[in-house]
Ligand binder design. Structure first.
Ligand SMILES: Cc1cc2nc3c(=O)[nH]c(=O)nc-3n(C[C@H](O)[C@H](O)[C@H](O)COP(=O)(O)OP(=O)(O)OC[C@H]3O[C@@H](n4cnc5c(N)ncnc54)[C@H](O)[C@@H]3O)c2cc1C
Length: 449
């Protein structure tokens, strides 16, 4: 427990505010996306700027409190909240400044895509972000970033050009190509291991309208539809990003949703024709709309469901693996949540691997078993389903998994494999420089070694 006097002192020294269990807002502020994670921090410091982050780090150090960093609160591992420690809550840092001429956006440390996209669209510009608006811009970018514009403009972190960071010793550090370039390399995929980003600078691209939405397939032909999705992605259309979600229908048979996002000039592109004519189509919700409408195609309830995600980057999606996925999605005998299949064709492959630490751009797809349920009595069954489904992917895995989707129980070997041994050594050297005491360990952790 922190003494009341100390908390008062913290309150006085922050431009932002402090929440404790005595405050009415505390329960909502400690809630994270995943209802499986229910932790009670001693205090939540709502930082109003870099100086507040410095003060909060200082307070945590002098009171020996574990630190958690909260951006959009969406990490499925629940890394944004800690039991008994101090949460550095960035939700007041949501400003997004856009330089339309330079085509750069500066996003506050706690901004979400709901803040970012309207701000950049006011200039007719975008960066490739996440598919759910309420996800944190910084959290997602620092872990890589896969979404509706991946094929066109790469991973989100491929568009990261600068950052302002507060390190746990209270130093404010800038990272760009000209300044601390090695740190910028590590920020392009290795998460919040080195400091709290009070802002990130992202490159922007002109785009206002897309052809997108969802195709839904069901019935015995869902297998053929999934093969068609795979074949369209294999053609690597540069102006079409693709993801798919496999789940079950009311009769517990496989059902597939494909989410295309086309940005080319063709009024009737062949790739979309191929998806539309795939067997088993039961709903065609694909058409022309604004980018902001596209960013609303997917949504997910916050803090209500229990989640456990586990997956692999795979080098290919052969028929054999498709059959395996179709068997796994019905294996639980009740709706399991789903299996997300994100294509990594196109722009991620153009980027030199030395550009950033995100090590998965060589994969064909990111496949994730996403168990979603409500009843705590079913925890074991659902967690078991996700683990077994991920295990079934192993023969096709490139090794490692996507740090943005990892649960907290992943062993360090899997985090190391996500980057590769050589890159992991470089990350450990960065960690020793910027966070030698591993203050920032509530993440997919890179220990200082
Ligand atoms: C519904 C949903 C949809 C998602 N969609 C996508 C998607 O389309 N594409 C994709 O790639 N990922 C997606 N993700 C995964 C998401 O990108 C990661 O879980 C990410 O960590 C979430 O960031 P956050 O700020 O919202 O989460 P938080 O839980 O607030 O933060 C997670 C961790 O990120 C780090 N972090 C966050 N902000 C900062 C900061 N300013 N400075 C330093 N470290 C920071 C910290 O280590 C923090 O503990 C999705 C997750 C959910 C739940």
């Amino acid at each position: 427990m922190i003494e009341v006097d100390s908390l008062d002192e913290l309150r006085r020294s922050l431009a932002g505010s402090v929440l404790t269990p005595a405050d009415a807002e505390y329960d909502a502020a400690r809630r994270c996306f995943n209802a499986l994670v229910d932790r009670r921090p001693s205090a939540i410091a709502r930082c109003a700027g870099a100086a507040d982050v410095v003060t909060a780090f200082d307070f945590a150090r002098s009171h020996r409190l574990e630190v958690a960093v909260r951006g959009g609160g969406h990490n499925p591992a629940g890394h944004c909240v800690t039991d008994g420690g101090l949460v550095l809550d960035l939700t007041r840092l949501r400003a997004v400044e856009v330089d339309g001429e330079a085509r750069i956006a500066r996003a506050g440390g706690g901004s979400t895509w709901l803040d970012f996209d309207p701000a950049t669209q006011a200039f007719g510009l975008v960066t490739p972000g996440g598919v759910v608006g309420s996800t944190g811009v910084c959290g997602l970018t620092l872990g890589g970033g896969i979404g509706h514009l991946t094929a066109q403009h790469g991973l989100t972190c491929d568009n990261l050009v600068g950052a302002e960071l507060v390190t746990p010793d209270g130093t404010v550090v800038r990272a760009s190509e000209d300044e601390n370039a090695e740190l910028l390399w590590g920020l392009r995929g290795a998460g919040g291991n080195f400091g709290v980003a009070t802002s990130l600078e992202l490159r922007l691209h002109p785009l206002e309208r897309v052809v997108g939405g969802a195709f839904a397939y069901a019935g015995p032909r869902a297998r053929d539809a999934l093969r068609r999705f795979r074949d369209v992605a294999a053609g690597s259309p540069r102006d079409l990003s693709l993801q798919a979600s496999l789940s079950v229908d009311e009769s517990l048979e496989p059902a597939l949703v494909v989410l295309p996002c086309y940005t080319g000039a063709d009024a009737d592109p062949e790739a979309l024709r191929a998806l539309r004519s795939a067997p088993g189509l039961v709903d065609d919700g694909v058409g022309a709309h604004t980018f902001l409408e596209q960013q609303r195609v997917v949504d997910s309830a916050y803090g209500e469901n229990r989640h456990y995600w586990k997956g692999h980057f795979v080098r290919e999606l052969p028929d054999e693996l498709i059959d395996e996925l179709l068997a796994r999605v019905v294996a639980l005998g009740r709706p399991p949540g789903g299996i997300l299949i994100e294509s990594l064709h196109g722009a991620p492959k153009d980027v030199d691997p030395s550009f950033g630490v995100a090590g998965f751009r060589g994969a064909a797809f990111n496949i994730s078993a996403q168990a979603v349920w409500l009843d705590p009595a079913l925890d074991e069954q659902y967690i078991g389903w996700a683990r077994e489904t991920a295990a079934a992917l192993e023969p096709w895995s490139l090794g490692g998994g996507y740090v943005n989707y990892m649960q907290a129980d992943e062993p360090i070997e899997r985090v190391r494999a996500a980057f590769g041994a050589e890159a992991f050594d470089r990350l450990q050297a960065l960690k020793r420089r910027y966070d030698p005491d591993n203050v920032l360990r509530r993440n997919q952790n890179i220990p200082p070694g």
